[in-house]
Write a protein of this length. Structure first.
Length: 232
């Protein structure tokens, strides 16, 4: 039985379904990408949590855009969804795979760069870290944004179920954002931090861990593109 029809308030229903989806499927689907990115950047617990939050923020923004579009074309979406969603999913998956590969290659090249262990280099790196402490991690955000454009089935079902009753782009966008917030409040946030904490327990292997994380992202991106091509 579906839980959605039993919840009379569509906004509460969207948030609840997001919570339930985030507890299992969403965490399992996103964790390999998040963990690979955290390993590739050499993040610790705090930076791992921050990267996970930015990844989720990117997903929520993508959900908001999708919700607004479906709300704007609510009168047509029920007629065109079967024809439009499939190619959109295929091409958005390919874009996600390509962005994942680019990020992975960038992290791999960065990890392979020789490190100057001189005192001057160490102090420079420390200064850069202090300057970037509150910087914006565009890699994690773009990874989440492109992942969010691959519409997950529960979100699509919720938007199609509630698009006509809500009948406004703002209302549909709100439904999508609430769903995304529900998925963000999941074990993924903690697991992202724990991944960074565990990987930083082996500082001697940090370079190899970063390279392995980058390789995981490249592999996942390639697998996503191959899967998308097979669906054409």
């Amino acid at each position: 039985m579906s839980l959605t029809p039993e919840i009379s308030n569509p906004y509460l229903g969207s948030f609840t379904i997001g919570l339930l989806y985030g507890l299992g499927v969403c965490t399992a689907a996103c964790l390999p990408y998040v963990a690979g990115y955290i390993a590739g950047t050499g993040a610790d617990f705090r930076k791992g949590v921050k990267a996970t939050l930015l990844f989720s923020s990117g997903r929520i923004l993508a959900y908001a855009l999708i919700g607004a579009l479906i709300g704007f074309f609510s009168e047509l979406v029920t007629l065109a969804v079967q024809d439009a969603i499939r190619p959109f999913q295929v091409y958005s998956s390919m874009v996600f795979g390509a962005i994942t590969i680019v990020i992975g290659i960038t992290l791999l090249l960065k990890a392979r760069k020789p490190v100057d262990c001189s005192l001057q280099s160490t102090s420079t790196l420390a200064s850069m870290k202090r300057l970037n402490r509150f910087g914006f991690d565009f890699g994690a955000f773009s990874l989440g944004l492109s992942r969010g454009l691959v519409i997950c089935p529960p979100l699509l079902a919720l938007l199609l179920l509630y698009a006509l009753p809500v009948a406004s782009p703002l209302g549909s966008m709100t439904l999508a954002i609430l769903f995304g917030l529900g998925t963000a409040i999941s074990p993924l946030l903690l697991l992202g931090g724990v991944t960074g904490w565990l990987l930083n327990k082996a500082p001697l292997f940090r370079k190899w861990i970063s390279m392995a994380g980058a390789a995981v992202l490249i592999g996942l991106g390639a697998l996503t593109i191959v899967s998308s091509l097979s669906a054409i």
